[in-house]
Design a protein. Structure first.
Lengths: 184, 283
């Protein structure tokens, strides 16, 4: 995989299959990441959709200063933050929440694959939002610290501190449940 | 939850919808652009015309204008003949009438001030109202008065022609001026002569060139009181057209500054033979 850049170029050149490929490659990972911002998978799905709509309609120029994935996740994060700001006061619990759990488990099954990672993510959901985000980007998406910093709009130092604290909190959380994860 | 195909299709639909709207907007803009541009050009042109219009004369805006009641006697046949035959003289009078518009107005002002001083304020005011119901602007008044003063030189028909030629030059008040002139002439049963020497001195010498200052100054007909005077500027060359002899007369006078007024706008003129100071404005 060339990290999506060539698909995006093809799409800009008029080939719609480029957009199909982009959605297929990045939809799930982006949705799981954005769910830590929105706290709701269906809202995260809307944000992912808005991210791709932004790419399709406004056709922003990818300048290659970072990887395409980092750039896409940054756009997604901005959209999620905007969304959160806009709908913060109108937060409601809908009946759809009942199906969220099953949706989320399907997504986890298809995207995270390994049982250990799924268990890790369940523990992760009990942490602070920022810890969830930084751990998700580092462990599930395997971004470097600088890429994580770019996506989250923080400095590398801040991300390192955040990762340290998040790891500590996650370790405590896992110990409570009797799990251990060698990468922590 | 949508699968990736559904999401991609939805994204492309949104993109297509957006591009359709964009196309429609482009078409609308292309259709409206010429209209909008022509409207803008028209607005800019009107603004330019409005800005370049000459400003109204500052000094004469408050002048109360009167016309003299003409008690004219019938024109003698002799006079009629003499003017009709001397074509050159009539032509010169035409030219002078153009340059003396402002001066005639100042004479009118002097008349009204005198009336007020003699205690006939009410009468003077009434005369004003009656006389000026038909006049619309200062310039119109100027032409009318001038027509009256020219009556002595030529018969009524000849004078009317003279004034018409003046109004063609001053295109601003063309229509009003001509009609007013006609009315006045129709009321006159003959013609009168007012000798040039009987006018006030600032009327006679209505143009001033001050040594050391650029441009010319025109008489406003307003006297200046002494406490309003500033310092002495220089000698002034005064000139005026003698309609009796059809000659240009010249004399010298002294030019003074006016307090709180730049000499580029107005000055005061003191004639050697006269005790008063007169306001001349830059023209």
């Amino acid at each position: 995989m060339d990290n999506g850049e060539s698909s995006y170029r093809r799409f800009l050149a008029g080939d719609d299959s480029g957009m199909f490929k982009l959605v297929r490659d990045f939809k799930d990972g982006l949705m799981l990441y954005l769910s830590s911002y929105t706290g709701d998978l269906s809202i995260a799905e809307d944000c992912v959709q808005d991210t791709f709509i932004k790419l399709a309609v406004k056709k922003p120029r990818f300048n290659g200063k970072s990887s395409f994935k980092t750039w896409l996740y940054t756009i997604g994060r901005n959209i999620a933050v905007d969304h959160k700001r806009r709908f913060f006061k109108h937060k409601k619990v809908s009946l759809d929440d009942c199906t969220t759990l099953s949706d989320e488990s399907d997504l986890e099954q298809s995207y995270l694959v390994s049982e250990q990672k799924i268990a890790l993510r369940h523990s992760l959901l009990r942490l602070k939002k920022e810890y969830q985000q930084v751990l998700h980007l580092s462990y599930f998406e395997e971004f470097s610290n600088s890429e994580t910093a770019q996506i989250m709009g923080k400095t590398i130092k801040q991300v390192e501190n955040l990762l340290y604290n998040a790891r500590k909190a996650l370790r405590a959380e896992l110990e409570k449940e009797g799990f251990s994860y060698e990468k922590l | 939850m949508k699968n990736y195909e559904e999401m991609a299709k939805y994204v492309l639909e949104v993109r297509d919808e957006h591009e359709r709207k964009k196309q429609k907007r482009k078409i609308i803009v292309r259709r409206c652009a010429p209209l909008a541009v022509s409207l803008c050009v028209f607005l800019i042109a009107s603004l330019g015309v409005w800005r370049n219009m000459p400003a109204p004369n500052k000094f004469n805006t408050n002048i109360i204008q009167t016309t003299e009641t003409v008690t004219a006697s019938p024109v003698s046949t002799e006079k009629h003949t003499s003017v009709s035959t001397s074509v050159t003289r009539t032509t010169t009078a035409k030219i002078s009438s153009v340059s003396r518009n402002a001066t005639t107005a100042s004479t009118a002002k002097t008349t009204s001030v005198t009336a007020a001083a003699s205690g006939n304020v009410l009468t003077a005011t009434r005369n004003l109202t009656q006389t000026h119901t038909n006049t619309t602007s200062e310039k119109t008044q100027i032409h009318v008065t001038h027509t009256t003063s020219e009556q002595g030189l030529a018969p009524c028909e000849s004078t009317a022609k003279t004034v018409s030629s003046v109004t063609v030059t001053n295109t601003i008040t063309t229509t009003v001026c001509v009609s007013q002139t006609t009315t006045l002439i129709s009321n006159i049963s003959g013609a009168v002569t007012r000798p040039w020497s009987e006018f006030s001195i600032d009327y006679r010498y209505n143009i001033a060139y001050v040594n050391g200052l650029n441009g010319r100054y025109l008489s406003s007909g307003i006297p200046i009181r002494e406490f309003e005077l500033g310092s002495f500027i220089a000698e002034a060359e005064m000139s005026g057209y003698d309609s009796d002899y059809c000659e240009l007369r010249e004399c010298t006078a002294k030019a003074y500054r006016i307090n709180d007024t730049s000499e580029n706008k107005a000055i005061a003129i003191k004639f050697d033979d006269d005790d008063n100071f007169y306001l001349y404005y830059f023209g």
